[in-house]
Design a protein around this ligand. Sequence first.
Ligand SMILES: Cc1cc2nc3c(=O)[nH]c(=O)nc-3n(C[C@H](O)[C@H](O)[C@H](O)COP(=O)(O)OP(=O)(O)OC[C@H]3O[C@@H](n4cnc5c(N)ncnc54)[C@H](O)[C@@H]3O)c2cc1C
Length: 392
Amino acid sequence: MVLSNFSSWFDLPLTDQYYNEDHEAWRYALRQFIDREIAPNVDAWEEAGEFPRELYKKAAEIGLLQLGYPEQYGGVPKPDIFFDVVTCQELARIGGGGVHPSLNSHTIGMPPILALGSDEMKSRLVPEVISGEKISALAITEPSGGSDVANLKTTAQREGDHYIVNGSKTYITSGIRADYYTVAVRTGGEGASGISLLLIEKGTPGFTQTPLDKMGWWCSDTATLYFDNCRVPVENLIGTENKGFSGVMINFNSERLNIAAMANGLAMVCMDEAVAWAKERKTFGRRLMEHQVIRHKIAEMAKRILSTQALLEKTAWQMQRGEVPVVELSLLKVQATETMEYCAREAVQIFGGMGFMRGNKVERIYREVRVYAIGGGSEEIMRDLAARQLAL
Ligand SMILES: Cc1cc2nc3c(=O)[nH]c(=O)nc-3n(C[C@H](O)[C@H](O)[C@H](O)COP(=O)(O)OP(=O)(O)OC[C@H]3O[C@@H](n4cnc5c(N)ncnc54)[C@H](O)[C@@H]3O)c2cc1C
């Protein structure tokens, strides 16, 4: 990656150490789709607080929803993990907003079903979800807490051919619109060994939802779910009773890599926007870019983005080789969200009053920093996990 004569991170060729012409082709196809279907609408969708449901089917037409799913269910093979990095960073190019978390909620809802679900469940659900007909969500977090997953409190008691589910989940992405919910429940005793996963379908008696308002990701559908003596057929158990915690863990590594890729992509957008503005805007008779203080802010952004991208790609490469680099992945997520935080802060500062105005990318990204730093394992939890792995 050569940065001289910089105009945009997204115009730079992909590093050939990790990427080839297939990644470039996917990047190009995705970019055309995003520029045609999402980017022109994202401001209006954010203000409206939702995006059209047809977008799922349109995303399926270019293979976005199917990437990495088994061909027998209509999926498209994913040759390697760098396709995920490319996908996340192209989606980041939109400049934030709530499209990607809801559009991609199946990427956390479906993997436990793929790994642990029955053949009947997989052959019924997966084709519907990856074709954009139906929406999948993952429901782990509860009002009493999300970080301490093993302590979740929603119960599911066996009664004949049903589980009777009682409790609540919150901050659930696609929480209102989803058709299929992968829900973590307590079927056994305390701790991780008492947790199971259930498939709970929309319309099941005793299952209701209420929408939530948020600081950012406005057009992403986020909700609290309530289960009040909700009767779920035993066939909807995903895998084995009391062995659901492994299904919860399945998502973590890929989710953290994807969050890091998105966060660094959003940092790149902040720098692109700040550079363009600083080249145009004049103060005290000179362009902002000619003031050393501003130039140093931009150089610092570039330094942090470059080092985050290097760690991201190295960690992805380790995962591609079959390693589970827990320390690198945990610290990468922290590094990426701190890079995003710094770049969003400095970009808004460089924009001045304009940075505080709605309808511009840096304002939106600034509001969205925290969800990346909290969701999928917060900065505190990530540091602690890394420290424990290092035997500190
Ligand atoms: C927009 C949005 C979408 C989301 N989508 C989903 C979804 O689809 N499905 C889902 O299941 N969840 C979802 N979440 C939930 C998310 O994963 C949780 O918010 C996250 O896991 C943190 O849980 P919590 O909010 O309950 O915070 P808590 O666990 O209550 O933690 C609060 C604070 O204390 C810190 N903390 C906690 N424990 C420790 C400790 N031991 N040491 C030091 N600090 C600690 C945390 O880092 C955090 O800063 C979403 C959240 C948001 C905001």
